[in-house]
Structures are given as C-alpha cells and as structure tokens.
Design a protein around this ligand. Structure first.
Ligand code: NAP
Ligand code: ZN
Length: 342
C-alpha cells in the first residue's frame, strides 16, 4: 500500500513516500481503509524529535475510515462500519486504566509515534479504541478524523476538567488553528461568551464567521484588551492552544479564581511563568491530554448533529502536499485542519 513515512527526525524532507506492506492483523484488530487523516501540530513536533517516535514510523493519529477486515475476537464492529479513533491504544485489562481517564494510563501507545499511523491507505487498530460515526452513507467521513484529538480534547478541557458554566466568558488563544477554531464553536455550543485572539487581521475576518463574540488582533499583548471586553474582570476560562508564546498574557487576562486550560504548546522549549500571578489570583492551571471514549462519543454527536461545523481542507496522500502542510502548521499559518483523504 502507499504510505508516507518518517525515516528519521528533521525538517520536512524526512517525510518520504513509500510502498509498504499491508498491516497484519492480530487478535482484536480491525483493518481500516483511511478516509480521513488529520494533520496536527503534534505531527510536526514528532517529526522534529520531540515526541520520541519510533523510527521509521508512519505518522498521523487523527483517523477515520471504513472497516474492511475484522480480526479474531473483535466485538461490536463489522466490515463496512465507519469509525473514528482515539489517538492512543490503552490496555483495557490494566487495573490502573480507569474509565474516563484512559487517556492518562501508564503504558499507552500513541498512534503515529509508538505505532504506525494514518499517513497511509490503510491502518490497523484495536477495536476497543474505535467508535462508530454513523451511517455507512455518511458523506463526510473525513470530518470525523479529528473528533478525538480536536473536538474531544476541547470537550475534556471545557466540560470535564474546566467545568464551564453557561454564560461564563472564555478566551481562546490561537483561535484560527485546528484546535482554536473548533474551541470557539464548542464553547458557543455550551452557551459561553467567546473572545478569540489571533495575530492576523485576515484570519480575524474568517473567525468572525464562527459565532465568536469578540475577536482581538494582537501583536505582542492582548490581556488589557481582553479585560476591557469583560468589564475589567477578565475571562473566567482561557483555552490555551498556543502555550509558551501566549501563556503569560493568558495568566494576566484571566479573572481571579479563573481556570487556564492548557491544551497546546507550539514551542517545546522550557518556558518562564510568573508564579506570582498564579498565586495572587488563585488561578487553576489545568493540563489537558486529549480525550477519552466518553468525550470522543460526544464529539461525534456534535459533528453528526451539525452543532459543530468542521473546518478543514483536504489534501491527497502525496508527500509534496504533506510537506507543505507541515510547513504551514509550523509557521502558524493554518486555518482549521488539513486532512489527508487517500
Ligand atoms: N492536549 C492535546 O491533547 C492536544 C490536542 C491537539 C493539539 N494539541 C496541541 O495544540 C497546539 C495547537 O495545535 P493545532 O493542531 O491546532 O495547531 P495549528 O493548527 O497550527 O494552530 C495553532 C495556532 O496557534 C497560533 N500560533 C502558532 N504559532 C504561534 C506563535 N509562535 N505565537 C503565537 N501564536 C501562534 C496560530 O494562530 P493565530 O495565527 O490565529 O494567532 C496558529 O493557527 C499544538 O501545540 C498541538 O500540539 C494538543
Ligand atoms: Zn492531533
């Protein structure tokens, strides 16, 4: 089958197109014909050596597709089913691996890093990390590729960990990105008032089309502007999708007793944090590691019911397109997701 592999760590030239063997199923596995494989900023971190991926590896962890073969001992899924996947494989028999926190189990194997991923025509995955996305006649199966990593993660951030309440103010940083533009929409679906920040006037115009209450275009600082829109109090919640470059401003903007939900960090170097801000304002800073089954199912429902408009561009399974998409992600130029549709 055709695949794009990462043969070593480095710049985009380490992504190479190859003919590789079909995956061999083991008990519990299904073979999936990839219909959508989302390109995540995390892929660029893995490519640059920050995620300790096995080498060589087929990258890509945001996958949806059609089951074309079913291995032994598979329960609840059959050929022809359309499915979306969690982005890691957990051990369902481990006593440590609890429901609703399977994302943080020790020993989880990350797809596209520890295991081969979806920059390929086919992928094998164990049945227990998959959920059905609806009818086989679904016209946009590719849109469900990022249900877990993007929408499920935002649900975990806002609902499960952040305990967002209707009417609260939320600030979304990196609002044009794959995570950001969907965070704006999930927040609106929860009845929150959304302030988005972006560095680009052009992207600001596009973001306005997704129901945001205010968009702030900034160069270095945004905390004072954000506070103006919240009667000087600051937002109750920040969804931090950028990390290092914006965290200081987010801590300054957020209200006293507020929550800062850290989903992303585009700069993996160690960062400096003003601990005084966290202490004096009693800010709760919460890390968010992707989603669990419960959140994946909710993400699928939001997509299926049209409550979230998936924002993406499709590209072919072609190394030149994939290299270019990696470069756009790395330069902070993306709007929504790129999805490979092999
Ligand atoms: N916790 C999790 O489970 C999880 C899940 C998915 C992704 N992530 C992480 O979340 C982050 C975002 O991922 P993504 O796939 O949404 O990436 P993306 O599509 O590239 O979006 C990131 C956005 O951040 C802004 N940005 C980028 N570089 C910046 C910089 N140097 N300074 C300020 N703003 C910058 C840009 O928005 P503007 O141009 O609008 O400012 C960009 O569109 C990544 O770190 C990724 O690894 C984490
Ligand atoms: Zn992802």
């Amino acid at each position: 089958m055709r695949a794009v592999i990462m043969s070593r760590v480095g710049d985009v030239s380490v992504l190479e197109e190859r003919e590789v063997d079909y995956p061999r199923l083991e008990a519990g596995d299904v073979l999936i014909k990839v219909r959508g494989c989302g390109l995540c900023y995390r892929d660029t971190l893995a490519r640059r050596g920050y995620m300790r991926a096995k080498i060589p590896v087929i990258p890509g962890h945001e996958v949806s597709g059609e089951i074309v073969e079913v291995g032994d001992n598979v329960l609840g899924l059959s050929r022809g089913d359309l499915v979306s996947s969690l982005i890691y494989v957990y051990d369902p028999r481990s006593s440590e691996c609890r429901e609703d926190s399977e994302n943080i189990c020790r020993g989880n194997m990350w797809i596209g890093e520890d295991l081969d991923g979806c920059y390929a025509e086919y992928i094998k995955l164990p049945y227990w990390i998959l959920d059905k996305i609806g009818d086989p006649g679904e016209t946009r199966p590719e849109a469900y590729s990022f249900a877990a990593c993007v929408i499920g993660t935002i649900i975990r951030a806002l609902k499960t960990l952040g305990e967002a309440k209707r009417g609260e103010y939320v600030l979304v940083t990196g609002a044009s990105g794959g995570v950001g533009i969907h965070a704006v929409q999930v927040a609106k679906s929860l009845g929150l008032k959304v302030i988005a920040v972006t560095r680009s006037e052009e992207k600001a115009k596009l973001i306005k089309g997704y129901g945001v209450d205010e968009v702030i275009v900034y160069r270095d600082k945004f905390s004072e502007d954000v506070r103006k829109y919240t009667d000087g109090r600051g937002p109750d919640i920040v969804v931090e999708t950028v990390g290092g470059p914006t965290l200081d401003q987010s801590l300054r903007a957020v209200s006293r007793g507020g929550r800062v939900l850290v989903i992303g960090n585009v700069d993996p170097k160690p960062q400096q944090v003003m601990l005084g801000l966290i202490i004096l304002k009693e800010i709760r800073v919460l890390g968010v590691l992707n989603s669990t089954h419960r959140e994946l199912r909710e993400a699928i429902r939001l997509l299926r019911e049209g409550l979230i408009k998936p924002v993406y561009k499709t590209i072919p399974l072609d190394v030149n397109y994939i290299r270019e998409a990696h470069q756009i992600l790395e330069s902070g130029g993306a709007f929504g997701r790129f999805i490979i549709t092999p």
